[in-house]
Structure formats: structure tokens, C-alpha cells
Write a protein that binds this ligand. Structure first.
Ligand code: SF4
Length: 210
């Protein structure tokens, strides 16, 4: 049985907006071939190197970082999972990459973020990225952006509650920060947003009659 230090490791590379720069793709392919690792595209649009032999994990990480990789560490600000959006989808009402970039620019440097918050964005109500099932989900419509909170998948899936409707990108960015701050304040180790949306001091209370 392998000891802890002999076990294979995995390394996840953050890919904001799911975009893999060609130079990084080349380096990832090279190290994967050289060290016999696997390349796995995660469900949240990151790239994970799996089966990295423990003895070379530091070397693999060093080469990836030198090629521009942002290697995921515990406590990173959650990344926005997006659909393809404008200009690649005819139904899109917004540019998914742009919103992912704005969010990453504003909050990507934050550390110490408690799990488990999942963020997703859909550029139209078809919601191919399952934004309404995310802890914080953003959906573009003809009238602006709608914000959903408290969605989740799993054995007991929940659709998030819509808390903002038809707002602009600036309001969405502010709201995401406010919600993550609230989650930080209310969470011990980890927690889904659905556990918080009915708290008395939740920033977006249920409207009367809602
Ligand atoms: S959610 Fe809408 S805009 Fe995004 S990929 Fe699906 S159909 Fe296209």
C-alpha cells in the first residue's frame, strides 16, 4: 500500500471563463506525457491534472505556474461557471466571458473563502450552465441580469430564489460580494447558501407575499 507521500496527487488549474490559453495547454500536455498524468476537464470548467506521481508534483506545479497557470488552493474565491454566451450563441443576451472577467478582476484575489459556494452564469434563460441550480446564479434576460440564490443539485435539488431582476452588471458584482461576505460571516467550516436564505438578516429577504 502506498504511503501518504507516495500517493498520486491532483492539481487543478483555474481557467477563468473556461478558457485554456494555447501555451498553457501545450505545457499541460507536455508534463502529462512526461510524467504519465491524466488531463481532466472539470464540471466547473477548470483543468485538472490527475494521477500526478507524488514525487514530481512540485516539479509539475512549478512548470505549470511558469506557463501562467493559476493553481487552485483551498480558500480561493469561487470561479464563475458560464455558458458560451455572446458572440458564440444566437440566443445569448450577454457576453459570458466579460462577466467572468469582471468578477475575477474584482474578487479573484480574495483568500480564505469558506466552502461550499458555487457560482454560475447563463447568458439567457435557457440556463445551459444550470445557473438557477447554483448557490449564486446569474441569468441574463432582455431586461438585464437576474440573480438567484440558494440553488443546488444533489439528491435533493433546489432551484434558487430570484432576489434581483433586470439589474445591470455593476449591481450583480456588488450583490455577489455582499452574498459571499454574508456567507463568510455565517459559516463555520462549510455551508450551502440554501441554508442561509431564510435567516432573518439575509440581505435579500423574501418579498411580502412571495
Ligand atoms: S444559456 Fe442561452 S446563451 Fe447560454 S449557451 Fe445556452 S442557449 Fe446559449
Amino acid at each position: 500500500m502506498p504511503t501518504e507521500s507516495e500517493k498520486a496527487k491532483s492539481l487543478t488549474i483555474f481557467l477563468p471563463g473556461g478558457v485554456l490559453p494555447p501555451a498553457l495547454a501545450r505545457t499541460a500536455a507536455e508534463v502529462a506525457e512526461e510524467f504519465g498524468c491524466g488531463l481532466y476537464l472539470t464540471t466547473v470548467q477548470n483543468l485538472r491534472l490527475v494521477d500526478v506521481p507524488a514525487g514530481v508534483a512540485a516539479e509539475v506545479e512549478k512548470r505549470l505556474v511558469a506557463a501562467g497557470a493559476d493553481v487552485k488552493k483551498p480558500g480561493c474565491f469561487p470561479k464563475l461557471k458560464i455558458c458560451v454566451g455572446r458572440p458564440h450563441c444566437n440566443l445569448a443576451k450577454a457576453d459570458s466571458q466579460e462577466l467572468a472577467r469582471l468578477l475575477h478582476e474584482r474578487y479573484g484575489g480574495r483568500q480564505g473563502i469558506k466552502p461550499k459556494i458555487k457560482l454560475a452564469f447563463a447568458a439567457c434563460p435557457a440556463s445551459c450552465s444550470n445557473a438557477t441550480l447554483a448557490d449564486i446564479g446569474i441569468v441574463a434576460t432582455r431586461k438585464g441580469y437576474d440573480l438567484y440564490v440558494g440553488g443546488k443539485g444533489g439528491g435533493r435539488p433546489l432551484v434558487g430564489r430570484r432576489v434581483l431582476q433586470g439589474v445591470d452588471a455593476a449591481a450583480i458584482l456588488d450583490a455577489v460580494g455582499r452574498l459571499v461576505d454574508y456567507h463568510q460571516e455565517k459559516t463555520g467550516k462549510k455551508q450551502r447558501m440554501c441554508k442561509l436564505i431564510n435567516e432573518d438578516d439575509f440581505p435579500y429577504p423574501v418579498p411580502a407575499g412571495g
